[in-house]
Design a protein around this ligand. Sequence first.
Ligand code: SF4
Length: 457
Amino acid sequence: MLLRHTPKEITERKALVINPAKTCQPIGAMYAALGIHGCLPHSHGAQGCCAYHRSALTRHYKEPISASTSSFTEGASVFGGHSNLLQAINNIFTVYEPEVIAIHTTCLSETIGDDLKQIRTKAQKEGKIPAGKYVFGASTPSYVGSHVTGFSNMVKAMTEFAESTGKKNGKVNIIPGWVEPADMEEIKRMAKLTGVKSILFPDTSGVLNTPLTGEYKMFPDGGTTVAELKSTGDSVGTLALGEWCSADAAIELDKKNKVPCKVLDMPFGLKATDRFVDALRKIAGVTVSDELALERGQLVDMISDMHEYFYHKKVALVGDPDQLIAMTEFLVSIDICPVHIITGTPGKKFEKRIREITRDMPFEVNVKAKGDMFLLHQWIKNDPVDLLMGNTYCKYIARDEDVPLVRWGFPILDRQGHQYFPTVGYKGGLRLLEKILAALLDRKDRDDPEIKFELIL
Ligand code: SF4
C-alpha cells in the first residue's frame, strides 16, 4: 500500500504535479545523441544533472552510458559556463577522441542564457575542434516539455549535418522516434525487406544492445555515421515516425534541404504498421514482400486466436504521446478498451487524437496530456481496470489496486531484456499480444476457484 494516501475524490489541480509521467529533456537528448556513431553526449550544466541522465538511461538499457559534463560550480552558475564548455571540448577530444560531441543544455545553463552556437564558434576559432571532428547541440531546458521534447530537439539538431549536393542518393530517411534499439533494427529490416534503401537516424541499435565480448568499447560499432547524416540532405524523402519525436526534424530537412517528408504514427500494432509498410512500398514502387505479408498474416491469426480473452477488457495506459497514440489504436482494433490514458508530455493535439481513435468504444475515455500518475491512480480507483500498461513507476499503482501490469515504454527499471525484443512492426505486434494475454491469463489462473482452474485456456 505504498500509494495508500491517494484519495478517490478528484480535486482540480493546476499548479501541482504528483508522481510525474515524464522526466527531463536532457535524458531524451542524451538517448538521441547515442544514436550517432562515435558520439559522446555532453551535458552543459552541473555534474548532478549529467549523473542523473546517465543513470536513468543505464538503468533502462542495462548498458554503460558514456557522457561528459561542463561541471558547473558556483562561478559558472553566476557568470556563465562558456569557459567550462571550451575547456570540456578540448579535454574530450584530447582524452576520449569521439567523432562527434553532442551538447545539450540543462535548466541551469538555459537560465543563465549560455549560447551554444556562439561557444562552438569560439571553440572552432581557438582550434579546439580537430579537423574531421564535429560539435553540435540542442537547447533542452527541462522546465519546458519533457524527455520527449529533448529527444525531438536533439534529432532536429542532427539535420544541421544534412548537405544537398544536387544529386539524389536514392535513399529514404527514416526517423524512428524514441523506440528501443531492437525496434530500430526491426524498422531497418522492414525497409530492407521492402527494397527501400534507408538512412535511419538516430540509430541506437548496435550501441545499446551490444554483445558481451570481454572488450569494452567506449564508442560501439552501431549508430548513424556522420557521412550518413550528411547524406540525408540528398535523400528522396523522409518518413518521420511519431509527431512528437520525429516530425520537427523531418520538417526541418524539408525546409532546409527540400527533402519531402511524411509524418506517420509509430508502427505499433496492425494498422499503424500497415501504414508504414504502405508508405515504404509506395516509395519503392513495389508490392509488399512475401516475408512481410507472411508476418502480417501471423499477427492477424494471433489476434483472432486471442480475441475472446481481449473482448472489452479495460486498460489504463501511461507513456509518451507517439507510443500511446499507436498503442491505443492497436488496443481498440482488437476490442480492448483503453479507458484511462495519461501522458506527462504537453500537447492538446494528443487528447484530440485519442478521442478520435476511441470514439466508437463502448466506454468513455479519460485522457490527459500534461497529466500525472496520481490522477491516473485516482481514475483507476473510480473506474477499475483489468490491466495497466506503462513504465516501471506503474508498479506501485498496480500493487495497490491489484491490477496486472504490462511493462512498456520508458523507463523500465525492474525488468531486463526489453532492448532486445522489438514491439514495432508485425513481429513486435506478436510480442505485445503475447505479453498482454500472459498478464490477463496469469491473473485469471490466480483468481479462478479450483473448479475453474483449467489446464487448457
Ligand atoms: S536540473 Fe533540470 S536538467 Fe538538471 S536533472 Fe533537474 S530537471 Fe534535469
